[in-house]
Ligand binder design. Structure first.
Ligand code: 0X9
Ligand code: ZN
Length: 434
């Protein structure tokens, strides 16, 4: 008889973050006129500003990280335009605690079984550990007639392979419709890959034999790609925790990276919430779809989009369930279908720990930004239910959500996802397939 043989606990911290954020503040700024907003945007490179949240309309506030070297000059300029300023985070380094490391090897909390892969879910894994996890799931014997297949989407700029897992329940309807979920497009949003991994684990093992999960899997095959920007994620773990973009070495200037979520080739426009400057954190790329990481998703969705009912791209933070469009304040003609299905998700999220998610179009609820993957999935690949999810929190930790909050964040979103998929399916096909 096998009894619990103890805990294999091998936690190697990959490496320390070289870039420190001592004295960096996150300010909330409310400008008085649209021309002042443009002035602040134009200060990005001069003061090395990092925009954590842009205003959703001209008289909304923005959140900006600024280093102590530039604080005084920046505040002077804000004073000159009579902007209201308050401090949201006093010292960014203070929240870079011991939870902020990427773990290089699996942290096994128990044996793999028919309930679990054995991997801990409350850890931020490194790129290579995430790959190992996906390989392990594909090789595992899963319960409930589940099969997991490893697929390759392509490689990153620096040559890392980008993989996804297809989860499918054998014995249910043949040629099922599909759902695509990706994570980690923005490097610093670590809770995103961690949440997609949690979702893989719950779908693959359904440890409590939950009826709603079984229904979902009878109706849909689910494709999950937890980390589509591995170079940026690796860099965020090793050198620069708040890195956002990929790691392209841009020819002009001495700046790295393209914001992959400004690079998608549908209504691409650096003027709308992006940038033409390679040094900007919002650099849209030299041309639409220029980046290999973008092309990996574009090629897959163009070839297979007609099989998919839903595309969800997981980001943090802000607690929002957003649908297109991001390039315009106009709404897609079927926006009420997208809104209603998202409301089911929002309500299920709230049912767990009362967390509140905002539902709406990304331009109207967040800010206009063209070249996003959600707009491409809907407008370019024709996937009806396309969303950007902004997970926890609402700014207390921001991108640096402690690892202790991975599981509640992921669990409530997963509950929301299951409820969302039920509403979507029922709307499209009636309530069959239970
Ligand atoms: O700005 C983004 O790319 C997303 N927010 S984040 O803070 N995670 O960077 C929102 C994207 C919404 N979708 C589009 N604008 N298309
Ligand atoms: Zn993001």
């Amino acid at each position: 008889m096998f009894v619990h043989i103890g805990i294999l606990f091998v936690l190697l911290q990959s490496s320390y973050c070289v870039e420190r954020y001592d004295g960096h503040k996150v300010l909330e700024i409310l400008h008085k006129a649209e021309s002042d907003f443009i002035k602040i945007l134009e200060m990005e490179l001069k003061y090395k500003l990092d925009f954590w949240k842009l205003p959703k309309h001209v008289d909304d506030s923005m959140k900006v990280r600024v280093s102590p070297e530039h604080l005084e000059d920046f505040l002077h300029e804000l004073e000159a335009i009579n902007a209201d300023v308050s401090t949201m985070i006093e010292n960014v380094q203070d929240i870079m605690d011991e939870h902020q490391v990427q773990s290089e090897v699996p942290v096994l909390h128990r044996r793999a079984s028919s309930y679990s892969s054995g991997w801990s879910l409350n850890v931020y894994y490194s790129y290579s550990s995430i790959l190992n996890y996906l390989t392990a799931i594909a090789a595992a014997t899963l319960p409930n007639n589940m099969t997991a297949t490893l697929e390759t989407l392509g490689t990153s700029y620096e040559g890392r392979v980008v993989r996804m897992i297809k989860l499918s329940k054998a014995g249910s309807a043949a040629n099922k419709r599909k759902i695509f979920i990706d994570g980690g497009i923005h490097a610093r949003e670590w809770v995103s890959p961690a949440t997609v991994i949690y979702m893989i684990e719950m779908l693959a093992y359904n440890p409590n034999n939950n009826a709603s999960i079984n229904t979902l899997l009878n109706r849909y095959d689910v494709y999950l790609a937890p980390l589509i920007n591995p170079d940026g994620y690796q860099y965020s773990g090793s050198s620069y925790r708040l890195w956002r973009k990929n790691r392209r070495n841009n020819p002009q200037g001495n700046c790295y990276g393209v914001d992959l979520n400004r690079n998608f080739p549908f209504q691409w426009d650096p003027i709308i919430g992006g940038s033409n400057s390679p040094c900007s954190d919002l650099f849209s790329g030299a041309t639409p779809g220029s980046e290999p990481e973008t092309a990996n998703i574009v090629n897959y969705l163009m070839a297979n989009g007609d099989l998919f009912d839903a595309y969800l791209t997981i980001h943090s933070y802000g607690q929002m369930w957003l649908y297109p469009w991001g390039y315009t304040s106009a709404l897609p003609s079927d926006h009420s279908d997208l809104h209603n299905a998202a409301l089911s998700g929002k309500n299920a999220i709230a049912a767990y720990q009362g967390m509140s998610y905002l539902v709406g179009s990304s331009t109207n609820e967040l800010y206009a930004a063209a070249g996003g993957s959600d707009d491409f999935a809907k407008g370019g690949a024709g996937i009806k239910y396309s969303y950007t999810i902004e997970l926890r929190d609402q700014g207390d930790y921001g991108f640096q959500l402690p690892a202790t909050l991975i599981i509640p964040t992921a669990k409530e979103f997963f509950d929301g996802f299951v409820a969302f998929a039920d509403t979507m399916y029922t709307h499209l096909y009636g309530s069959s397939g239970k």
